[in-house]
Design a binder for this molecule. Structure first.
Ligand code: G6P
Length: 370
């Protein structure tokens, strides 16, 4: 069994460590020789169709839904097309407005999730072009979709998704850049800059993994608590939602992710002495505002751990209890580094509580009932 796990104690740990490779594999063959342009060889959508897209709906469940939240911001920032992200099990109930100019993107690691498949069929029946981002090319979702972008994360065994999620982010970056090229919403230089930053991600993930001992200490500091909150703004908020799900899934600690600015509209009432709060503060333009939310938490006795860039750590340490730093990347790409830190925190919290990391209670890897 340990051989299967490549010497790691758990599949989740192994899969967290496979992310640098998964990033590379998902990018391979999708960036041209110059390194400055995205190419999607198997893509069926014509440039004409891409230019005609009026709106995009991203549909998924669980962790894939959280990747879709990042995808929304990525596509809107790069391409300026309105994007909505929906939980697949809810999508049909709001009578979504689908036209022939609607692109529906379904995201699914397994490609077999019943809710996502049902939403895909509904979108198809209403005339949408459907693109699937999936880790299993022979899956039902891949078969039913009009276009597929395969994430090349390799088989994911642990119930808590890690490398599939981050590979989905890579797929969204590539897709966003590709659409931006076709629609001319980014200059060649901007695309090249983002691709260069993406090429650096695998090494940056390695550098986070090299410091997992620090994450273990932080996790052990909060793992005895009953409640925990994650806060962030922008893409930090999207990443916070995934971090919170990860923690719940495998440590059973009750956690909630809040948009940092929304905390004061209710949830702040739950902050009292000793309540741990993990604050993501990588979105440079929003840091100041996030810091004022951190101060609100501190004033009520909350214990704050911040995930931030190395260069901001010194300043942030004036307001928080501890920091876990990540290497700097472009604002658009931040979740693909910050979430790795959050995965490590969850993993070590679960481990220190002696829980079954790879097979949490009540959960299944792939859910084929609605
Ligand atoms: C299950 C898993 C989650 C996963 C979700 C969606 O609930 O436990 O980890 O995110 O299904 O799975 P999919 O295969 O569609 O990405």
């Amino acid at each position: 069994v340990t051989a299967e796990k490549g010497g790691y104690e758990h599949f989740m740990h192994k899969e967290i460590h496979e992310q640098p490779r998964a990033y590379q594999d998902t990018m391979r063959g999708r960036v041209d020789e110059t390194g400055k342009k995205v190419v999607l060889p198997d893509f069926h959508m014509t440039d004409e169709q891409i230019k005609n897209i009026r709106n995009i709906q991203i549909i998924a469940c669980g962790t894939a839904y959280h990747a879709g939240l990042v995808g929304r911001t990525v596509i809107e920032r790069l391409v300026r097309i309105p994007v909505e992200t929906d939980v697949a099990s809810e999508y049909r109930y709001r009578s979504p407005i689908i036209t022939p100019e609607t692109l529906v993107i379904v995201v699914s690691q397994s490609g077999e999730t019943a809710d996502t498949l049902a939403a895909l069929r509904e979108a198809h029946a209403n005339g949408a072009h459907v693109l699937a981002i999936t880790n299993v090319v022979g899956s039902s979702i891949a078969r039913d979709a009009d276009d597929v972008i395969a994430t090349l994360a390799g088989p994911e065994i642990a119930v808590a998704s890690t490398k599939a999620y981050t590979s989905q982010l890579i797929a969204f970056y590539l897709l966003g850049l590709y659409f931006a090229q076709v629609r001319g919403t980014q200059t060649e230089a901007q695309v090249a800059e983002t691709l260069a930053a993406m090429q650096a991600l695998p090494e940056q993930v390695e550098s986070i993994l090299a410091r997992e001992g620090e994450a273990k200490v932080h996790a052990e500091n909060f793992s005895a608590q009953k409640h925990l909150f994650f806060i962030g703004r922008g893409l930090d908020y999207a990443a916070a939602q995934e971090g919170s799900l990860k923690l719940k899934e495998i440590s059973y600690i009750h956690s909630e992710a809040y948009a940092a600015g929304e905390l004061k509209h209710g949830t702040l009432a739950l902050i009292e002495d000793g309540v741990p709060v993990i604050a993501l503060a990588t979105e440079q333009a929003l840091i100041e505002k996030t810091v004022s939310n951190i101060k609100e938490v501190k004033a009520r006795g909350g214990v704050v751990l911040t995930i931030c860039y190395e260069e901001d750590a010194k300043e942030l340490m004036k307001s928080v209890d501890s920091v876990f730093t990540i290497p700097k990347t472009l604002p658009l790409l931040t979740a693909s580094l910050s979430v790795v830190a959050l995965q490590l925190l969850s993993y070590y919290a679960s481990l220190s509580l002696g829980l079954d990391v790879d097979k949490p209670r009540n959960l299944a890897k792939s859910v084929t009932v609605e």
